[in-house]
Structures are given as structure tokens and as C-alpha cells.
Design a protein around this ligand. Structure first.
Ligand SMILES: Cc1cc2nc3c(=O)[nH]c(=O)nc-3n(C[C@H](O)[C@H](O)[C@H](O)COP(=O)(O)OP(=O)(O)OC[C@H]3O[C@@H](n4cnc5c(N)ncnc54)[C@H](O)[C@@H]3O)c2cc1C
Length: 415
């Protein structure tokens, strides 16, 4: 059996694993290897999201993590296609009251936010003729949309240039621990050349039992430090070292439709008070991407897109109620997809050392913020791993222990 011995082993090469690898390499943290079941991202949320990036979160730590990241994205805007056309966020009465209370918080951080009454909102969004239930809106002009794949590749490229190894088709199935030390991960490497498919998901989840020596060979990764960045798969991967994770995987769906009557391409993300969010895909393409977070969705692993029933009920109906026949009668559903949110009990990321282990860390559960916060989260993780403490921002409240300690960071604005 082959044994690999990097100084640091990162499990999971989604946007958070890739960002962490890059930041660690920039700090010359030693030899770094990142392993993933599929580097192309078949099982990764980082390839299935909406690419939204905004700093207007209600919890100050979430606002700060996004704002720090956003300012970095501004500096590489061309590379990651970061278009700052703003976020237009429509609130029902209660949400509007909270948004007004957050004004000071945004001012202190330097985040520009305009507050709009329904009359002013109409000028920005004339397609929404019916503003029933909307008490007010915020417009944050420096927020915007970026290409998450390009951002992930930016981190990976930078990491590779600094010597980081990314190892494909490796699925961690076991761990060797000694006292407070994780000594090694046992990994199955897929020998096949064909692309891994979503359909193989069920098999992968039961891999521990159905190991097929024809297709999989066993390897071992020994390291001084381990960082688990397996996103929605944390509840499964943390069992390798006998931890019950509070994180849950929840399916989220996105639809793509054409709308040749309305062109939203000069505007950024629009979030309706009904929970629907949408933005133009590309310039003047007539394509619109829309998502809706179904509150009744039960936790679980599914990449099934519900198709027309989802589009008709969750997307089209909400737009039709706002803009009627004139604006949204002729839109045409093209396709869609589903991905997984990794949700913690307070809907905020977990970043920290795993209790009872000296050399094991977890970073994940970023719900709908993993892309927009990846720069700051990866940077903070690299500070903790190399120096044992946070240097640029006190991220200690993000520890996974906060739930047992009743110190949750409730982020109620979870779209
Ligand atoms: C529909 C949708 C819309 C979203 N919209 C936005 C948005 O607009 N803005 C935003 O910032 N965020 C958004 N998100 C959230 C964002 O996509 C995630 O927070 C982010 O991608 C999480 O990154 P990650 O690296 O933690 O996990 P992932 O990208 O899921 O990566 C985890 C990796 O771990 C690997 N892995 C798991 N288990 C193992 C194992 N045992 N062995 C080896 N490898 C393993 C997987 O193959 C995967 O590649 C959205 C998510 C969805 C689903």
C-alpha cells in the first residue's frame, strides 16, 4: 500500500479547501497535499452555486468575513469575472426593521448601502409593478456576482505554483488516531478513467462496505496536520474520527430561463421579499438564473432537480405575481440543477480545531456564503494552523464547540 507523507493534508478541494491550501502555501507552512474524490467538482457545491457576493449580512462577523473577501475580489476582478452591479434586497416589514437597525454596522465597516422606500425602489425595478408585502429595500453597489469556478481555479493555480499537490479520485474511508492525534487517513483511489457521475453517489456513500478491488486501490496519507474541508459531506467524513457533526446537507435548486422581453443585465442580484433571488446570466443574453431556498426541504443527499414543478411554483409564480403578463408572461424554462448547502445550526461557518484533537481542524458549513467568504475563511484557517491563533480578525467565535457551549451566532438572513 502506498504511503504519502505531506506536512499538511487537506481533505476536500472545493473552494474552501483550495483557498486554505493557497493561503497555507503563501505562509510557507510546509508540504501540502489536497485530496478529493473528484477535482472536477461533481460532488462539490462550489460548482453549483449562484456566484453571489455581498457584505450585507446581519451578523457582524459574517458581514466582516464577506467584506474582507469582497475587497480582495475587487483586486482580481478581471480574473474571476467579478461584476459589481450591486445587490437589490427587498424586505418584508420585520426584515426592513432589522435592515434599518444594521445601518450603523455597515457604516462602521465602510460598506456602502442605500436605503430605498417602495417609491424609490420602483425606479430601480420597474418590472416589479406589484410591491405587495415589500416595506423597503437596500441597494449595496459594491456587491455583485463572480464566477466561482474561476475563483476556485485562481486559488488552485496559486497553490500549485507554490508546490501544493492536488490528488484526484481519492475518497477517505478511514482514520488512524492515537490519543489526541490523527495520524493517518485511509483513502481509496479510483483507478478508472471515466468521469465520476452523480449516479455513483449512492455507491460512494456506501463505499466503506462495497470496496471493489477492481476499481479502487488503497493508499494512506500520514501528516502532521489535517484540515477537513469536505463541505456538505462533513457529517459523513467527521465520523471517520468518531465525531458527530452538527452540520446538515440540504438541497437547493436553481433554474435557468430565457426572458427576451426583460433585460436585467445592467443590474446585479435581485432578492425578492418572497425569498426568490435572480440575476442575468451574461450580458444581453436574455438568460436569467433564479434560485429559491425551500424552507421545507429536509436534510439529505440529493442532486435531483425537480424541473418544471420547481420552476413553475417557486420561480415563475413569484415573478408573475410581481410583474404580471407584461413582464413575465413569456419567460421560458430551459433547465436547472441542484446542489447542497452545508448548514450548521446557526447558519454560520465552522472554523477551528476539532475538540479532543491537537492536529485536526475543520472548515465548512458556510451555507450560502462559501464562495463570497472563501478568501477570508481560508486566510483565517491558515493563521490558526501555522501560528495557533488568529492574527487579522478574532474568528474564535466560529469554533465548532459553540453549539455545545450555547454561544451560537444566529445569522437569520440566510438567502
Ligand atoms: C444552489 C446553491 C447556491 C449557492 N449560492 C451561493 C452564492 O451565491 N454565493 C456563495 O458565496 N455561496 C453560495 N452557495 C454556497 C457555496 O456553494 C458553498 O458554501 C461552497 O461551495 C462550499 O465550499 P466547500 O469547499 O466547503 O465545499 P464543496 O465545494 O462541496 O467541496 C467539498 C469537497 O469535498 C469532497 N469530499 C467530500 N467527502 C470526501 C471524502 N471522504 N474524501 C475525499 N473528498 C471528499 C467533495 O468531493 C467536494 O469536492 C450556494 C450553494 C448552492 C448549493
Amino acid at each position: 500500500m502506498e504511503v504519502n507523507r505531506p506536512d499538511i493534508l487537506i481533505l476536500g478541494a472545493g473552494i474552501l479547501g483550495s483557498a486554505t491550501a493557497w493561503h497555507l502555501a503563501r505562509r510557507s507552512a510546509g508540504s501540502i497535499t489536497v485530496v478529493d474524490l473528484d477535482l472536477a467538482g461533481t460532488f462539490s457545491s462550489s460548482e453549483r452555486n449562484a456566484g453571489g457576493c455581498r457584505a450585507t449580512w446581519w451578523h457582524p462577523l459574517n458581514a466582516e468575513l464577506s467584506w474582507r473577501s469582497l475587497r480582495f475580489y475587487e483586486s482580481i476582478a478581471d480574473r474571476i469575472q467579478f461584476f459589481q452591479r450591486g445587490y437589490l434586497f427587498l424586505y418584508p416589514r420585520r426584515g426592513w426593521e432589522v435592515a434599518l437597525q444594521k445601518r450603523k454596522q455597515y457604516e462602521v465597516l465602510g460598506i456602502p448601502v442605500e436605503y430605498l422606500k417602495p417609491g424609490e425602489l420602483r425606479k430601480k425595478l420597474p418590472e416589479f409593478e406589484n410591491l405587495k408585502g415589500v416595506a423597503g429595500a437596500t441597494f449595496s453597489p459594491r456587491d455583485g456576482l463572480l464566477d466561482p469556478h474561476l475563483l476556485k481555479e485562481y486559488y488552485r493555480e496559486g497553490a500549485r505554483r507554490l508546490g501544493v499537490h492536488f490528488v484526484d479520485r481519492c475518497y477517505a474511508v478511514g482514520a488512524k488516531t492515537r490519543g489526541a492525534h490523527l495520524e493517518a487517513l485511509r483513502v481509496l483511489r479510483h483507478r478508472g478513467r471515466h468521469p465520476l457521475e452523480e449516479a455513483s453517489l449512492e455507491r460512494i456513500q456506501t463505499l466503506h462496505r462495497v470496496e471493489d478491488p477492481e476499481e479502487w486501490e488503497e493508499e494512506r496519507f500520514q501528516a502532521k496536520i489535517f484540515v477537513n474541508c469536505t463541505g456538505s459531506w462533513l457529517p459523513i467524513s467527521s465520523r471517520l474520527y468518531a465525531r458527530e457533526s452538527p452540520v446538515r446537507a440540504v438541497r437547493r435548486q436553481i433554474s435557468l430561463f430565457s426572458s427576451h422581453e426583460e433585460d436585467f443585465s445592467d443590474r446585479g442580484m435581485i432578492v425578492d421579499s418572497s425569498g426568490l433571488y435572480f440575476h442575468a446570466e451574461g450580458r444581453h443574453s436574455g438568460l436569467i438564473l433564479a434560485g429559491y431556498s425551500n424552507r421545507d426541504e429536509k436534510p439529505g443527499y440529493s442532486f435531483r432537480y425537480d424541473g418544471d414543478p420547481f420552476f413553475d411554483r417557486k420561480v415563475w409564480l413569484r415573478l408573475y405575481r410581481r410583474g404580471g403578463r407584461r413582464h413575465f408572461e413569456a419567460i421560458r424554462h430551459l433547465r436547472g440543477w441542484a446542489g447542497l448547502y452545508a448548514v450548521s445550526p446557526d447558519k454560520t461557518a465552522i472554523l477551528g480545531r476539532v475538540p479532543d484533537f491537537e492536529n485536526l481542524y475543520e472548515l465548512g458549513a458556510a451555507t450560502g456564503r462559501g464562495v463570497m467568504q472563501s478568501y477570508a475563511l481560508g486566510s483565517l484557517m491558515s493563521e490558526l494552523v501555522t501560528g495557533g491563533r488568529f492574527e487579522t480578525l478574532d474568528a474564535a467565535p466560529l469554533t465548532g464547540e459553540r453549539f455545545a457551549q450555547r454561544r451560537a451566532l444566529e445569522e437569520s438572513l440566510d438567502i
